[in-house]
Design a protein around this ligand. Structure first.
Ligand code: SF4
Length: 214
């Protein structure tokens, strides 16, 4: 695990991320808060591209909790059967849709606690939804962010909670909103797991990873 980078280095890194991509976006397709919750819940241990392929047709026919209930579990399962753990995920989407209809008037709640009380929605999913839909500076730490944070020293931590705290504590406020997507995109396309592309990396001079590729 790298040492935590200092304030000036972090500021410089995010200034460069911002210059490279001023408005970074998530890649999960959705049409409203509800479909975002569903897409994020489906994306656990699956790629965004794989989820999008399945949800495009699903959201055409069912983009509200009531429509998902009307569709039913069997048809929902059929729509998402290309996604890993699809049976379990379909069950959770039905259960969370029922709770949204019965307890929230069909409207997705926007507190972390309320979101996390929904079946299949953990802290990470809640943070993604808070960040992407309500533009709240919540930090969802996925495998990419965990890797980038620990290699570079941007936000090192022994587990995802520690990395989440390191982001909140060390990244200047004006970069907090987009930090999530800048770090994910950096991990997905440059600081990749097996052989990071250090030669093409725009923060190479600031990164503390000792085994940079040539
Ligand atoms: S220099 Fe290499 S290890 Fe460091 S952030 Fe860039 S790609 Fe990752």
């Amino acid at each position: 695990m790298a040492k935590q980078l200092d304030y000036q280095a972090i500021r410089e890194i995010f200034t460069r991320f911002q210059a490279g991509e001023p408005e970074p976006k998530g890649e999960l397709e959705h049409v409203n808060a509800f479909t975002l919750v569903v897409a994020v819940a489906l994306s656990a241990q699956a790629t965004d591209a794989g989820v999008n392929k399945a949800t495009r047709a699903l959201f055409e026919v069912a983009d509200t909790p009531q429509k998902i209930l009307d569709l039913g579990e069997a048809a929902l399962t059929d729509h998402i059967r290309t996604i890993g753990l699809y049976r379990n995920k379909a069950r959770n989407v039905i259960r969370l849709s029922r709770i949204l209809v019965e307890e929230y008037g069909g409207v997705v709640p926007n507190s972390r606690a309320a979101l996390q009380s929904l079946p299949g929605v953990g802290r990470k999913t809640a943070n993604v939804v808070l960040n992407m839909w309500w533009h709240y500076p919540a930090q969802a730490v996925d495998t990419h962010i965990f890797r980038v944070g620990n290699r570079s020293g941007i936000c090192p931590g022994k587990d995802v909670d520690a990395v989440e705290r390191a982001i909140e504590d060390n990244i200047p406020v004006e970069f907090q909103q987009h930090a999530h997507h800048w770090l994910i995109l950096h991990g997905r396309y440059t600081c990749v797991a097996r052989k990071p592309k250090c030669n093409a990396c725009l923060i190479r001079d600031l990164c503390q990873f000792e085994d940079k590729t040539e």
